[in-house]
Write a protein that binds this ligand. Structure first.
Ligand code: APR
Ligand code: PHB
Length: 400
């Protein structure tokens, strides 16, 4: 077991596995309330700061970053968007978020959020252990321990509570799952080939394009850097996608002649999955973010759900460490899941609406086109898309 300088075992009130948006924000929120934590992260600092992921923040996430003092760079560099464009059948239609849902979104890369949180945690004296791999969580109904490996050593961290924020790797989840849990899962028959490229965005707002050759998305990071995606088969590899083919396909599917090829800075293929683990907790182990649920990226919800979970978890932990009361902690999963399922539904709905069905059923194709026309001509349907995209939190009370 690892010993610290005083010769005792390493311990902390809250052991956090994973330095993604969930783990880092949780550590930050707890610190602001005077609660210590230790974050164990499998990868190096450089790796997590460079890992390219999604980049859409709902207003609620922007507000959380600002309210907790980590929003300065986002305020300067984030791109505020008041709508998105839908393209299909050679037409373009705008969904006006501001008009339909009264809110905007901010385009700001997930790794920028991660950089801002790491910088702040370290300047606040936070303990983030990089290249530390959690291998198991033990005794989750009592005083849990995290067994981890760092620099070839086997170590142990004793905690009062463990937060599994380890993304889709699921070391934390596998330490608690048994027959009493439900894991709901859907594997989508396609993935996204994503590139980050040095080329000015050919659009001022995100373009979601439905095309008979497959879905495409034009997003962006800065006035010089674009983020672009193509629907590809689930088992596709990059070998089939030389740069010329990527650019040709993007221009065709996006129907965007202004898009100019540029240096590809990063590329990769991500399979698409929908997953929800219920409940998201057991004893003193709590799952948050991708460790608890995964959404396909079409609805741009992943980072927002992760931040929402840890905001709710931090509230429960603060109450617990201040007074010993577990009321909020015990209802953590329940309080998260309403929003999680709304986002799961929305993400699956957007995915089905915009992607080409690999089975190529012509009836499905016509239904999809009809729905796209409905969403772009009916205020009620457009409002459904807008209010979900900007972030909808279904309250406990149904409409009267
Ligand atoms: N030990 C320590 N760290 C681990 C382990 C492990 N065994 N396994 C995974 N990790 C780390 C990963 O290296 C990663 O940095 O946990 C972190 C999980 O971070 P994310 O994957 O970013 O997950 P989360 O914080 O929940 O954020 C969700 O990330 O994948 C996107 O679309 C998703 O936007 C969403 C967001
Ligand atoms: C991104 O900018 O990476 C992005 C935007 C919207 C999505 C998914 C990803 O739906």
């Amino acid at each position: 077991m690892a010993r610290n300088s005083s010769g005792t075992a390493d311990q902390t009130p809250v052991g956090i596995i994973g330095a993604g948006p969930a783990g880092l924000m949780l550590s930050h929120l707890l610190h602001l309330q005077g609660i210590d934590s230790i974050v164990l992260e499998l990868r190096s600092r450089e790796y997590v700061e460079k890992r390219v992921r999604a980049g859409v923040l709902e207003q609620g996430s922007v507000d959380l970053l600002n309210a907790t003092g980590v929003g300065d760079r986002m305020k300067r560099q984030g791109l505020v968007h008041e709508g998105i464009k839908l393209r299909f059948s050679g037409e373009e239609h705008r969904i006006d978020f501001r008009k339909l849902a009264g809110r905007s979104i901010t385009v700001y890369g997930q790794q920028e959020v991660v950089k801002d949180l790491i910088a702040r945690r370290l300047s606040d004296g936070g303990d983030i252990r990089f290249e530390a791999q959690a291998v198991a969580v033990g005794d989750i109904s009592g005083q849990p321990t995290i067994r981890y490996r760092q620099a070839g050593d086997h170590r142990e961290l004793r905690c009062r509570v463990v937060a599994g924020c380890d993304g889709s790797h699921r070391v934390a989840a596998s330490s608690m799952l048994d027959d009493s849990f439900q894991v709901y899962e859907r594997q989508w028959p396609f993935g996204w080939l994503g590139i980050l490229a040095r080329t000015p965005p050919a659009t001022d707002e995100l373009i979601y394009a439905h095309h008979e050759r497959g879905f495409a998305l034009h997003s962006m990071r800065t006035p010089e850097i674009s983020r672009l995606y193509l629907q590809v088969p689930a088992d596709e590899t990059m070998d089939h996608w030389p740069a010329d083919r990527i650019w040709d396909e993007l221009r065709i599917r996006l129907n965007e002649p202004k898009l100019k090829p540029g240096e590809i800075l990063e590329q990769g293929i991500t399979p698409m999955r929908s997953v929800v683990t219920e409940p998201m907790q057991r004893g003193n182990l709590f799952l948050a973010g991708d460790a608890a649920h995964i959404v396909p990226p079409t609805g741009a919800k992943g980072m927002n759900l992760a931040l929402n979970d840890v905001n709710i978890l931090a509230e429960g932990l603060v109450e617990y460490f201040r007074s010993g009361a577990r009321d909020k902690l015990d209802t953590y999963s329940e309080r998260c899941l309403r929003r999680v399922w709304r986002a799961e539904h929305f993400s699956a709905w957007m995915t089905g609406l915009l992607h080409r069905d690999p089975a190529g059923d012509p009836f499905e194709y016509k239904l999809r086109l009809s729905y796209l026309r409905y969403v772009t001509t009916s205020t009620a349907a457009a409002t459904t898309l807008a209010e979900n995209y900007v972030g909808f939190d279904p309250g406990p009370t149904p409409l009267a």
